[in-house]
Design a binder for this molecule. Structure first.
Ligand code: ADP
Ligand code: MG
Length: 269
């Protein structure tokens, strides 16, 4: 399968001072489920921003189907349009994403941007509302939504564009368990339907559940290892070194019991 996205020797720092990514290399194949894991501050969101050309690296190359993605190449109308249409970004915080007066306006926005006729745009918005089970929110102003509802609307507003590649920053973040499950199952379904999905997380149980290919970012902002979910999850030494799991000592009666655990949301002692 061809690489849909590849990054070569990417360096990025904020204001030339705060390092966020160092010598990052990775490639994602068409149709793949791919995950970037690492602790807070390791550079996951920055990496998604670079993939989506929201920021440009200090050095190194970003390629989209082998074509360089730069400020200059995106100024080419046809390449720029294609790039923006084919890639959708679901932000960690839905508030950043929603800006229209009502939910329905929000869902019409992308199709109208794509110059679809208004009837087609409406049809697509209606289908997406029903696909996400949020028809009842159609006429609501965005400020009258709960956190979980906002997230569904934010997801819907990206899906109305029908992107081939979805970038998802921290899919579990600040969602109630029901919305988390809904979102995770949706990602699986979209991936089965052929979409390429790249998501970030620090929850190892999500890796276990979705079985993506995984790149591990260290606190030093480098990629420590890339591999299958089982290769990564079975590499205890690696996960300890990037602080995604830590050792716990419990006492069960008189017996001391030592094991490793991650910072799981669903962690049970
Ligand atoms: P993650 O998503 O893994 O938590 P980020 O990509 O947000 O990591 O951050 C990587 C590093 O860049 C961190 O040290 C963070 O403090 C810094 N950083 C992120 N965003 C900004 C910003 N807008 N301005 C300055 N520093 C930032
Ligand atoms: Mg982040």
């Amino acid at each position: 399968m061809e690489d849909i996205i590849s990054l070569k020797n990417i360096d990025y720092s904020y204001y030339g001072k705060i390092p966020a990514l160092k010598n990052v290399n990775l490639s994602v194949k068409k149709g793949e489920m791919f995950s970037i894991i690492g602790l807070n501050g390791s550079g996951k969101s920055t990496l998604l921003h670079i993939i989506n050309a929201l920021v440009f690296p200090d050095s190194g190359d970003v390629l989209f189907e082998g074509n360089p993605v730069t400020e200059k190449s995106l100024r080419d109308k046809s390449f720029g349009m294609q790039f923006r249409q084919r890639m959708g970004y679901i932000f960690q915080n839905p508030d950043i994403q929603l800006f229209c007066p009502t939910v329905f306006d929000e869902l019409l926005f992308a199709p109208l941007q794509l110059n679809l006729p208004i009837e087609t745009a409406k049809e697509r918005a209606e289908q997406t509302l029903s696909f996400l089970g949020i028809e009842y929110l159609k006429e609501r102003p965005v400020y009258m939504l709960s956190g979980g509802e906002k997230k569904r609307v934010a997801i819907a507003s990206v899906l109305t564009m029908n992107p081939e590649i979805l970038l998802v920053d921290e899919p579990l973040s600040s969602l109630d368990p029901k919305t988390q499950t809904f979102f995770i199952e949706l990602l699986l379904e979209l991936n089965r339907a052929g979409k390429t999905i790249i998501f970030t997380t620090h929850h190892l149980d999500l890796i276990e559940h979705l079985q993506p290919r995984v790149a591990v970012l260290s606190e030093e902002h480098t990629i420590r290892k890339t591999g299958t979910a089982s290769e990564i999850l079975s590499d205890e030494e690696l996960l300890i070194s990037v602080n995604l799991i830590h050792e716990h000592i419990h006492k069960h009666g008189k017996e001391e019991h030592r094991h490793y655990h991650s910072h799981y949301v669903f962690h049970k002692h």
